[in-house]
Design a protein around this ligand. Structure first.
Ligand code: SF4
Length: 152
């Protein structure tokens, strides 16, 4: 049986969803490894291989031009793209600068320009087609298992 190629990606966020996902792996990884290989997950390996993915899991908000280019490339390389957690689904809470008042926005404008950030943080669905969503902050365990297993 050909194993599914899975990539796990973190955009702008605290990486809380992928840390929680590792907790889920503690109970589910061995059976899942009979059906998949994790080819990209920077938290455990610095190898960047995300060509021809079957499943991409992405956490975090799209906050910069770099994030945007990365998401577009992941989309081109993935059959199924899943938004993992509320930041990826809605841009919040990591994109809280979207809700700053005018004075606070003026305060951070220097950094927005210096780091080539987008005028506002975006959810994945604002940038690319998203095939499925796993809500929660961090992700809901039961939902993660249910949705991930659907595509394995
Ligand atoms: S949804 Fe919550 S736990 Fe997940 S990356 Fe965002 S802030 Fe962290």
């Amino acid at each position: 049986m050909t194993k599914k190629r899975v990539g796990i990606f973190s955009l702008t966020c605290d990486e809380g969803c992928s840390i929680y996902m590792i907790e889920i792996f503690n109970q589910k990884l061995l059976p899942w490894l009979t059906k998949m290989e994790i080819v990209h997950f920077m938290s455990v390996s610095d190898k960047r291989d995300f060509k021809d993915l079957d499943i991409a899991l992405i956490e975090g908000t799209v906050s910069s031009e770099r994030d945007k280019r990365e998401v577009e490339e992941i989309r081109r390389q993935s059959k199924i793209l899943i938004a993992m957690g509320n930041c990826a689904m809605t841009a919040l809470p990591s994109g809280q600068r979207n809700n700053f008042d005018a004075e606070k926005k003026a305060d951070i404008q220097k950094d927005v320009d210096a780091y080539n950030l987008l005028p506002k943080c975006l959810a994945l669905k604002d940038v690319v087609k998203v095939d499925d969503n796993i809500a929660g902050c961090p992700i809901d365990e039961k939902k993660f298992i249910e949705i991930f297993e659907k595509y394995l």
